[in-house]
Design a protein around this ligand. Sequence first.
Ligand SMILES: [Zn+2]
Length: 189
Amino acid sequence: MSPVTHFFTGWVLANCFDLEQRDRALTTLACVAPDVDGLGVIPELLTRNSSHPLLWFSLYHHSLHNLMFALVIAALAFALAVQKWKTGLLALLSFHVHLLEDVVGSRGPDGYRWPISYPAPFSSSLQLAWRGQWGLNAWPNILVTIVLLPVTLWLAWRRGFSPLEMVSAGADSSLVTALRRRFPARTAV
Ligand SMILES: [Zn+2]
């Protein structure tokens, strides 16, 4: 699935738990982290028509979709978090939710399944792929993203914070204020 879908999945997952702001961000980002290996798409596209194209995306995408990198991310989250164990474990879970989302819905336009080499780089014996996998642009992915957006807005309305808190506290509170003004809470009779 796309990094945007992973991001909102991580956010909703983080909101299932009572976390500090920083720990929420770490849990959310852990769900996007595996796609760091997809950043090679930029040089690959830029050099596509050159005489020496860089195939960094084709070569390295999914090279960090494995248990080893999951543990690195979990350790990083542990180190940076306020609630260390809780956030470290949630980051590990969040990372694996990303892998699951990719196995079910990240088939490339060329039909390639991008199998996940879970024990890499130590072994290539286990490749995770699912025969029923749908394409990256298929409707279930769009549906998941469309469902995650209102859930995110509902959470913001209800709990008083949104993913905007990661970039700007002001923008975050403006959004929450706007939502609460638009949808005032029903008062008990
Ligand atoms: Zn991925």
